[in-house]
Design a protein around this ligand. Structure first.
Ligand code: FAD
Length: 394
């Protein structure tokens, strides 16, 4: 009879930025772990199709877990990104009020920012709220660098490894992928983004539901090599942070996103009507876009919880499965804070966790031949360079 394979302390399911930050943190806190990613590369879902903004938490609701983890990440992230050579544009953001209601919102945001300990300023000339700490990164390079540093510290990443079954046993949960061998794990962390509810259901946990909230973007090139020197944020409404305009590391300008609730977790297309929805708002905020044709469009699917947000903790069906789900809008920013928080949940289920060690150096982040904002669209078969309404698959 074959003896059972050894039990690994932790299996992480999902190689988005949250799973990659978890793997990074575990590897640098002395916990042996493997990450299983269904796709052929990391960061091809929400983590590769977002705005790339590293939020300060100036507009996050004081006291919520999401806010706490954004602020926690802010304390850890700069040194790690710096050591790993992840590029960041430290450009700051501005929100310009246009109505009395906007001015009231800016006043409320200022109070919230102060409660969160985030530095903001009011520009006297127009009452604009300035947030110097807001920055923009390359979310794919960010995700890849965390995973690479984890691997250099001894962790493993398995691609094309879709988790299809979880079988709880006395000493371990057996994790089975569609093609590979099964792995025995003392703990499993479910960071499967849009599919985190499907993964939780593998052990009968149907306590939360994830649906896609689509966000569509348009990419521009300014004439004469001009760039944008800041993030332009709209004054937000209750439902959405609205359409922002921001610079990318490759010198482009992006406007978006929309917020469209869907059921289909595989619909990565850009709707024809998105162009008008975005462009009017973007031009109002940044008139230099007026008359420019976008060079590309892409869509991301936020892993939104139905009636929930930041679902983080042991499953009610088996404490050894830790769900890290419904990380809808701020996961890039908060990922390292989320990971630190999850690491602290592990001792309660018998896994020893050490203090966080400095990052393990890796080769410098290579300059990708395809900019991150084009990569996922290409992978999903949404034509590169396609602009909504032209050449999009139906
Ligand atoms: C339009 C938009 C704009 C955004 N803007 C920002 C922003 O500016 N700043 C910010 O901080 N955040 C932003 N976000 C939010 C951020 O992108 C998400 O919070 C974050 O990417 C979630 O990461 P994740 O790892 O949980 O999920 P994902 O990135 O979706 O990763 C989950 C991974 O799990 C894998 N997976 C699924 N099922 C299985 C399985 N059975 N087995 C193995 N692997 C599996 C998937 O293939 C995927 O790679 C935005 C999101 C969107 C969509």
């Amino acid at each position: 009879m074959n003896s059972p394979s050894p039990t690994l302390p932790v299996v992480v399911i999902g190689g988005g930025v949250v799973g990659s930050a978890l793997l990074y943190t575990l590897a640098h806190r002395g916990v042996d772990a493997v990450l299983l990613e269904a796709e052929s590369a990391l960061g091809l879902a929400a983590s590769g199709t977002n705005s790339g903004v590293l939020h300060t938490g100036f507009d996050s609701t004081p006291g919520e877990l999401e806010t706490e983890l954004i602020l926690r990440a802010a304390r850890i992230r700069p040194a790690i990104l710096d050591a790993l050579g992840v590029p960041v544009i430290h450009c700051g953001a501005e929100l310009v009020p246009h109505t009395d209601e906007d001015a009231e919102t800016v006043a409320a945001l200022t109070a919230g920012a102060t409660a969160n300990g985030v530095q903001v300023e009011i520009r006297e000339s127009d009452g604009a709220l300035l947030v110097p700490g807001e920055s923009v990164s390359d979310p794919v390079a960010f995700t890849a660098a965390l995973a690479a540093s984890a691997v250099a510290a001894g962790a493993r990443v398995e691609l094309d490894a879709r988790v299809a079954a979880l079988t709880p046993g006395e000493d371990a949960i057996v994790v089975e992928t569609t093609d590979g061998p099964s792995i025995r794990a003392a703990a499993v962390v479910n960071a499967a983004g849009l599919h985190a509810d499907d993964v939780a259901r593998l052990i009968g946990d149907d306590s939360f539901e994830i649906y896609p909230r689509k966000g569509e973007f348009f990419v521009f090139e300014l004439p004469d090599g001009a760039t944008l020197d800041r993030i332009i944020l709209p004054v937000p409404t209750k439902r959405t942070k609205g359409v922002l305009v921001f610079p990318t590391l490759d010198g482009r300008v992006i406007a978006g996103p929309t917020a469209v609730d869907l059921d289909d977790k595989d619909d990565w297309t850009v709707r024809a009507e998105a162009r008008d929805e975005i462009l009017a708002k973007a031009v109002a905020q940044f008139p230099a876009l007026d008359g420019l044709e976008p060079i590309a469009s892409y869509a991301g699917l936020r892993p939104a919880g139905r009636g929930s947000n930041y679902v983080i903790g042991s499953s009610e069906k088996d404490a050894r499965l830790i769900n890290v789900a419904a990380i809808r809008s701020t996961g890039l920013t908060a990922s390292l804070g989320i990971a630190d928080h999850v690491a602290e949940l592990l001792p309660a289920i018998g896994i020893e966790v050490g203090p966080l060690q400095p990052p393990t150096p890796t080769a410098p982040v290579p300059v990708a031949s395809t900019p991150w904002w084009r990569r996922t669209a290409e992978h999903r078969g949404v034509l590169p360079g396609a602009v909504a309404g032209e050449d999009q698959p139906s």
